[in-house]
Design a binder for this molecule. Sequence first.
Ligand code: PGA
Length: 253
Amino acid sequence: MKYIFGNWKMNGLGKEAFLLAQGVAMSPVPENAKAAIFPPFTSLHIAREQLKGSKIHLGAQDCSAEKSGAYTGDISAAMLKDTGCEYVLVGHSERRTLHGEKDDMIRRKALAAIAAGLKPVICVGENLAERESGNYLQIITNQAKNSLPSLTHSHDFLIAYEPVWAIGSGKTPTIAEISEVHKTIASLLYHDTSVSGHSVQTAVLYGGSVKAANAGEIMETQGVDGVLVGGASLNADEFGKIIAEMGNLCTQY
Ligand code: PGA
């Protein structure tokens, strides 16, 4: 299974969301691929209506770690499930940086999502200074170790590796660089699994300046189970082309 997820970030007023979701809903989705869009909270209902009868799934960009109660401005995982979401991003680097979210909070959000019947997509990735320090593999390993729920849940969540320096910058890592990190994450999952005795079923996506022109090559990288697309998911044609790229690959698997 290959995943093509589109993170709209803080974009999409009613009319735009309507048109974008309507456009994406028309994209054919190959058998072995799963495509989803992640609109802002206020557009989830609009998107849900447009996606009805299509093969595109719905996700949200964040959720509270709490179940319900006095948390003004927050949205619970159960609310997202109730709105028709199947997925939720947690720990996106923009949440980590702009809202000071730490690994422990992200782990609690992931657990809250799982408890509500959603699949969290847990994001990890190093910033430029961390990459340049040479210590990035250790940093990513620590982030993953501390923000992932126990691996007994390994089939209940996905991971997205998103180098912060590649997000929205047009700079993508080389295939060797992507592969190195994905191997590290896989070895972490498999290592812990050998201890816990559970089989790993965690999909690991890559995100950061993915577009139709590079999606195919990235998807072919060993250990990459899909892509998390930001800017390019705001254009239905471009996002549709990325889904189609996956179709070309899926026929080879
Ligand atoms: P980008 O964003 O594709 O615009 O680089 C990716 C993301 O932040 O998920």
